[in-house]
Design a protein around this ligand. Sequence first.
Ligand SMILES: [Zn+2]
Ligand SMILES: [Zn+2]
Length: 349
Amino acid sequence: MSATVTYKCPNCGAGLVFDAEKQSFSCDFCISSFTEDELRLSGADKRAEEAERAEDEFRSELREYHCDSCGAEILTDKSTVADFCYYCHNPIVLSDRVSGAFRPTKIIPFKFDKDEAKKIFRDYCKKKWFLPKDYFSPEHSDKICGIYYPFWVVDADSSAGMNAKARKVRSWRQGNYRYTETSHYAITRRANIHFEDISSSAISTEDKAMLEGILPYPTDEYLDFSIPYLQGYQAKKRDLSREDLTEDVRGKMTSYAESLLSSTVVGYSSVDSKSTSVSVEKSHWEYALTPIWILNYMRKGKNYLYAMNGSTGKIYGELPVSIPKLAILGGLVSLAVGIVSFLIGWGML
Ligand SMILES: [Zn+2]
Ligand SMILES: [Zn+2]
């Protein structure tokens, strides 16, 4: 094998680690191991070379921008010019080379263009009170940016098991006595579970509340990635590899398996000391870009993020409150109270 080729697991695509003692390549994710001959027969060496070629080609089609103010790193395709930072609105500079960008395999394209996104934002503002005037000014809404966010999306076949202890308590009265009978059960459940589209953000610093606010994406909207989808939009660079998210994904599988298996344990007075294990037999990871319209508003050193799912239109908004507007309303309320008490006072005279 050539030194530059990094083998990927034929079962799940995770990076393989060479075990010198066993003289084999092992996968930590699906717990399997392969000899070099097995890997070559499975075509893993050819796939590794192809993947490297695709990565190089992808990088050559991109531009990378850097924001000196907030550190945001933005990718665009070569025909798209980005001049200000979508987040802090400062000018961004073109980096001389694209580094550490990885080619996605799937993408959900934007469903709303910028005019539609602005209109939805304005309609959203209309229903809200107390917003500062410049929040819904055309200059502000014009800063709305279409950003592709990176996610890892995982399908997996697994075998899961759960052990638990349970009790049934029965109580009855006979003559002057009350009897209580407690039966103890050891419960075992085994199941083969297929997981579909477990999604995890591929950016470590991302605003969790915002992402949770706009998720989910419709799973049937994923398309094979190609560069033209990026045209006119920006993409955030990922900084988490699938290896970084292995534990996170395992955790999601385990908690899902536990709730699924627990739902079959019924008819007991109590169930406790549950332990659940999931072993992954096969998995398939896609690195996907998903669309978000983002508009950030800064006021007195605080950020107020408005975001809209670019596929479903689901909105997340942290809204600034205008103090003068609140004060006017407060004034109106106290004036109304004043009139009412005046009337009451007058009526009583
Ligand atoms: Zn594997
Ligand atoms: Zn910035």
